[in-house]
Design a protein around this ligand. Structure first.
Ligand code: HEM
Ligand SMILES: *[C@@H]1O[C@H](CO)[C@@H](O)[C@H](O)[C@H]1NC(C)=O
Ligand SMILES: *[C@@H]1O[C@H](CO)[C@@H](O)[C@H](O)[C@H]1NC(C)=O
Ligand SMILES: *[C@@H]1O[C@H](CO)[C@@H](O)[C@H](O)[C@H]1NC(C)=O
Ligand SMILES: *[C@@H]1O[C@H](CO)[C@@H](O)[C@H](O)[C@H]1NC(C)=O
Ligand SMILES: *[C@@H]1O[C@H](CO)[C@@H](O)[C@H](O)[C@H]1NC(C)=O
Length: 464
């Protein structure tokens, strides 16, 4: 009796689940789904990325998959991604909510917040903070240059030696964000700084491996999870300063608790991304000495007689600009963007996507799309130069994604990449160590892509 009830129950469950994971009408195509598993059986354990590429070749630039009973739609290529994220902006501006661990019960900061008034307010506030610091007594530019003096000093002390630059780039980008958020930098030996760096390297490890690319968004931010962590860092004055900005707004949904969450958000979003882009960039600069020298010639010419670079100088440095954009293209730092969720029933490329479907924009597919680039493969700054040698930005350059959810740190990130690259290349020559063997460009998969650890040899350039 009991057994047959149990079997009946099992069969009912089976049908419910199968029914649930069947594709709705006119849903993007994809492989046949199995009950319970969905399409998990179509993905290999050690490298699902190859399977994704295979699926794209079979079904085209928009296809669907079921992870268990959960549908997700993959968007590849500039056409599909633009149509969704830009033309149907609001429809695609949500974030999946059940995927994420609830970090605090109330708020998800900016990045993971669903589309709505709360997200809008937080985004507006974050943009305002970033802009205000640009206008403040000491501009963002000066802060970055000041931080670079510490980086330069570090490099000078390692001249002739071979060092892994990972921590150096991480320290620098982390400190730049701290300056923006808390109006202060931390000494590299400071306890807090050590804690931040340790924490983020740990999270990076946690989130590595090809599967992490897919599951990445469920990975809790381990030790950084605790809001208390940031409570330690923000002093009473800094808190008052930031809260002061908020008190002007009577409808604010901010509370002090949210502040830590929000800081964590920006720190998380702005540190790994920038430093991994630089790590990949400098790897390619070392292994392409001709490109490095051509940058240095342009930098020397434009900065002649000046003691430091400024962001405006980029307009006179088309080649350096092209190299930095090519670094971002090849670094492919956030390959699957952050997952989106449809806020309404909608349509893309002729397919129907119901409200509440998870949507994954595959940014790597755009950054290396055939037909969009002169050289889709390899490191070629010519991708961003026209026949006259002027800097041009193709439509498919979207490492920051597109639409209303687009990276809000783009301005800061671009300023950092430019000032750091120019300042370091002006002073130092970066050399691939003779005994390091062939460079391996295969990235390590994670929330953000990062190159395999490598060593870098530094020499002082003769000042021009
Ligand atoms: C090279 C550096 C960076 C890259 C490649 C990058 C890339 C991205 C991408 C792909 C997204 C997801 C957009 C989407 O959902 O479609 C994003 C979101 C975001 N980024 Fe960045 N980012 C970088 C630097 C920064 C910096 C420096 C900050 C902070 C100051 C920052 C703050 C954010 C925030 C807050 C979001 C969430 C926006 C929202 O959900 O409304 N990012 N970024
Ligand atoms: C997915 O798995 C099913 C069942 O094993 C198989 O029939 C189908 O060919 C697979 N599809 C792809 C694209 O791998
Ligand atoms: C996606 O967005 C819809 C509409 O905003 C919301 O109701 C739903 O809960 C979200 N879906 C998930 C999986 O979070
Ligand atoms: C996450 O937080 C939201 C908003 O407070 C709540 O409605 C939801 O039930 C929580 N989900 C989980 C899994 O704890
Ligand atoms: C980076 O910061 C750590 C921790 O504060 C410090 O120990 C280390 O010397 C710094 N390294 C570099 C290269 O800046
Ligand atoms: C994204 O696109 C690239 C290039 O087409 C492909 O190699 C990769 O497997 C895709 N990733 C996913 C998760 O679809």
């Amino acid at each position: 009796m009991f057994v047959s009830f149990f079997l009946l129950w099992l069969i009912i469950c089976f049908f419910i689940i199968q029914f649930k994971s069947r594709r709705p009408k006119n849903f993007p195509p994809g492989p046949i789904t199995l009950p319970l598993l969905g399409n998990l059986h179509n993905l290999s354990l050690d490298n699902p990325l190859q399977d994704f590429e295979r699926l794209r070749l079979k079904y085209g630039n928009i296809y669907s998959l079921y992870l268990g009973s959960k549908p997700m739609v993959m968007l590849c290529g500039v056409q599909a991604i633009k149509e969704a994220l830009v033309n149907k902006a609001v429809e695609f501006a949500g974030r999946p909510q059940d995927m994420y661990v609830n970090i605090t019960t109330e708020s998800k900061g900016v990045i993971l917040a669903d589309y709505g008034p709360r997200w809008k307010e937080h985004r507006r506030f974050a943009l305002m903070t970033l802009r205000n610091f640009g206008l403040g007594k000491q501009s963002m530019e000066e802060r970055i240059l000041a931080e670079l003096q510490h980086t330069s000093a570090d490099l000078e002390s390692s001249i002739g030696k071979c060092d892994n630059p990972q921590v150096m780039f991480h320290n620098a980008s982390s400190n730049i964000i701290c300056q923006v958020l808390f109006g202060m930098r931390f000494d590299y030996n400071d306890w807090t700084m050590k804690e931040i760096v340790r924490c983020f390297t740990e999270n990076a490890k946690l989130a590595n491996g090809p599967w992490a690319m897919v599951m990445l968004h469920t990975v809790p931010f381990s030790c950084c999870l605790s809001c208390k962590f940031f409570d330690h860092i923000i002093s009473a004055d800094q808190r008052k300063y930031i809260m002061g900005l908020l008190y002007n707004d009577p409808d604010s949904t901010f509370s002090e608790d949210l502040l830590s969450m929000y800081s964590l958000d920006l720190h998380f979003a702005g540190t790994d991304t920038t430093s991994n882009t630089l790590l990949t960039g400098f790897l390619y600069l070392m292994t392409n000495p001709d490109i490095q020298e051509r940058c240095q010639a342009e930098i020397d010419r434009v900065l002649e007689g000046k003691d430091k670079a400024c962001f405006e100088d980029r307009h006179n440095m088309p080649y350096v600009q092209a190299v930095i954009h090519e670094m971002q293209r090849i670094a492919n730092t956030v390959p699957l963007s952050v997952f989106h969720n449809t806020t309404k029933d909608t349509e893309v490329m002729g397919y129907t996507i119901p409200k509440g479907t998870m949507v994954i924009p595959n940014l790597s597919s755009v950054l290396s799309e055939e037909g969009q680039w002169k050289f889709p493969r390899g490191f070629h700054p010519e991708n961003f130069l026209n026949d006259q040698g002027e800097f041009v930005k193709p439509e498919a350059f979207m490492p920051f994604s597109a639409g209303p959810r687009m990276c809000l740190g783009e301005g800061l990130a671009r300023m950092e990449l430019f000032l750091i690259t120019v300042t370091l290349l002006r002073k130092f020559k970066f050399i691939w160590p003779e005994d390091a063997g062939e460079p391996d460009y295969t990235p390590v998969y994670g929330v953000t892509l990062t190159p395999k650890p490598y060593f870098m040899k530094v020499q002082l350039r003769e000042m021009h």
